[in-house]
Design a protein around this ligand. Structure first.
Ligand SMILES: [Zn+2]
Ligand SMILES: [Zn+2]
Length: 171
């Protein structure tokens, strides 16, 4: 007996999200994946973490960063052998080492730089005059693309061959 062929199944329309542009904009940035919660793209939403080059030193954070900046100061450039470096600050009590504990170098009075004793990667910065927070290097993040810098610090010490037209404030 011949049976009528059923039409191919089409993708089900989303339950919501397309009917109202306003609802769509509130609910999701991606029309293919409407969600019940706002989607925050490209930002360091906890939990997040990072690691050194060899993977021995690892850290985990459970709070959003206090701030995220680039630093052009001579000390940071020297410590990282780079044109400049980038930091995110995390409040004490909201980060922890999850791998090997890093070695610590007292780079100037009251300043402590942590690094992997195996591979040498710079991991964190702490200054006595900025109590209660540890500054991780953005490039050590598991996903460094999530870093969102808001400022250039010590821009007056920037090297003449570093040209950044990102429009961020400098101080
Ligand atoms: Zn390492
Ligand atoms: Zn610096």
């Amino acid at each position: 007996m011949l049976r009528a062929r059923s039409p191919p199944v089409k993708h089900s329309p989303p339950a919501y999200g397309y009917a109202s542009g306003l609802v769509h904009n509130i609910l999701s940035l991606d029309p293919a994946h409407p969600t019940a919660h706002p989607v925050v793209m490209n930002s360091l939403v906890p939990p997040f973490g990072g690691h050194c080059l060899c993977g021995a030193v690892r850290y985990a954070c459970d709070a959003i960063p206090l701030w995220q900046v680039h630093c052009h100061c001579q000390s940071c450039r020297r410590a990282t052998s780079s044109g400049f470096t980038s930091f995110l600050a995390v409040a004490d009590g909201h980060w922890r080492w999850t791998g090997a504990a890093p070695a610590v170098f007292n780079s100037s009075p009251g300043v402590w730089r942590s690094f992997c004793a195996t591979c040498g990667s710079q991991m964190a910065y702490r200054a006595d005059e900025i109590p209660g927070e540890l500054h991780f290097y953005a490039a050590s993040l598991d996903d460094p693309a999530l870093f969102q810098p808001t400022r250039h610090d010590f821009a007056d010490e920037a090297l003449p061959w570093v040209h950044l037209a990102d429009g961020l404030p400098r101080r």
